[in-house]
Design a protein around this ligand. Structure first.
Ligand code: ATP
Ligand code: MG
Length: 329
């Protein structure tokens, strides 16, 4: 890859792990699949877990370690949710799996990304396909949600859950990128980036890249406010202001304060609710108060996602927090 091209790559690609050692925070999984590979006994694999936790990166890194230069001939990457349907997927698998290898021995690998977006019928077809080609092919199925996969399909694979990445894993990776890109990122900014990424390394890298692109000149500092803006999350200070107004003032004033912050920070109510949950986590509250408040907020969040009116939902947020905190007093 020419260095100019390398410069322009999104960081999620530029810093995609090149080998299994560069996959952070998934040690147990990496250890186990490495052992499979060393013994030459790879089962069909299923990786599932939230976005940006390293599923695609891990299987590609594994395939690179196994196949080296013959990667291109031995690995087929397919998007299982290809809207042209299971027939296209089946044809490509058939073509790939049935061409004989002249120079290399061993099995080929088919990576099926986004398998949970397939219809049930397609998943049923897939399990027959997997069985048919098991002699010289291994499948690795990638999905976000295991519950959307057909149990019969799952039972043909060895399952690995990719948990959201720990803060320490994201921090370690981000530190390396900061060094490599020669960025000025104070500790406070980094802490807030790691926290807001919520275990999603892709999000962390994308936000960092966006913020660094927004700097006026090289060498300027990235400050926490830039991170909040980029993620679309409320600043903890603003949350405190709203909470304060809810606790101290009358209802109209609390509502006005909340509306003002939503407007000036360009936030949606649902972002604000996320902010309340994060900030209230650090408050000392009686368990009953916390339960009441979280239950209330989660009902409101659900209401918003179902299209509830913004004004009614905002007033409900105030009501829910106020009544829970009044109980505390
Ligand atoms: N565990 C990890 N270690 C190092 N980098 C990671 C890790 N997880 C994700 N990344 C970074 O985030 C990017 C996206 O990761 P990846 O494509 O592996 O996520 P995924 O789990 O497959 O997500 P999705 O479910 O959205 O497909 C990668 O290019 C890589 O730079
Ligand atoms: Mg992926």
């Amino acid at each position: 890859m020419s260095s100019a091209l390398h410069q322009n790559l999104p960081w999620v690609e530029k810093y995609r792990p090149q080998n299994l050692d560069e996959v952070y925070g998934q040690q147990e999984t990496v250890q186990t699949i490495r052992k499979f590979a060393r013994d030459g006994r790879i089962p069909h694999l299923l990786f599932y877990g939230p976005p940006g936790s390293g599923k695609t990166s891990t299987i590609i890194a594994l395939a690179r370690e196994i196949y080296g230069k013959s990667y291109k001939n031995m690995v087929l990457e397919l998007n299982a949710s290809d809207d042209r349907g299971i027939d296209v997927v089946r044809d490509r698998i058939k073509n790939f799996a049935s061409t004989r290898q002249i120079f290399s021995s061993g099995f080929k690998l088919i990576i099926l990304d986004e398998a949970d977006a397939m219809t049930n019928t397609a998943q049923n077809a897939l399990r027959r396909i997997i069985e048919k080609y098991t002699k010289n092919t291994r499948f690795c199925i990638l999905a976000n949600y295991a519950h959307k996969l057909n149990p019969a399909l799952m039972s043909r694979c060895t399952r690995f859950r990719f948990a959201p990445l720990k803060d320490s894993a994201i921090e370690e990776r981000i530190n390396a990128v900061i060094k490599e890109e020669k960025l000025e990122v104070p500790e406070e900014t980094e802490k807030c980036l790691v926290q807001l990424s919520k275990g999603d390394m892709r999000k962390a890298l994308n936000v960092l890249q966006a913020c660094s692109a927004a700097l006026d000149k090289d060498g300027d500092e990235i400050i926490p406010d830039m991170i909040y803006e980029c993620v679309g999350a409320p600043r903890p200070k603003s949350i405190e202001v709203v909470l304060d107004a809810i606790m101290k003032n009358d209802w109209t004033d609390a509502y006005a304060t909340m509306e003002k912050i939503l407007k000036t920070e360009g936030l949606a109510l649902i972002d604000l609710i996320g902010g309340f949950v994060d900030v209230l986590e650090q408050y000392e509250l009686r368990p009953a108060t916390r339960t009441e408040m979280l239950q209330g907020l989660s009902d409101i969040e659900y209401g918003i996602s179902k299209g509830g009116s913004d004004k009614i939902q905002s007033t409900a947020v105030i009501g829910c927090i106020k009544s829970a905190l009044d109980n505390e007093a």
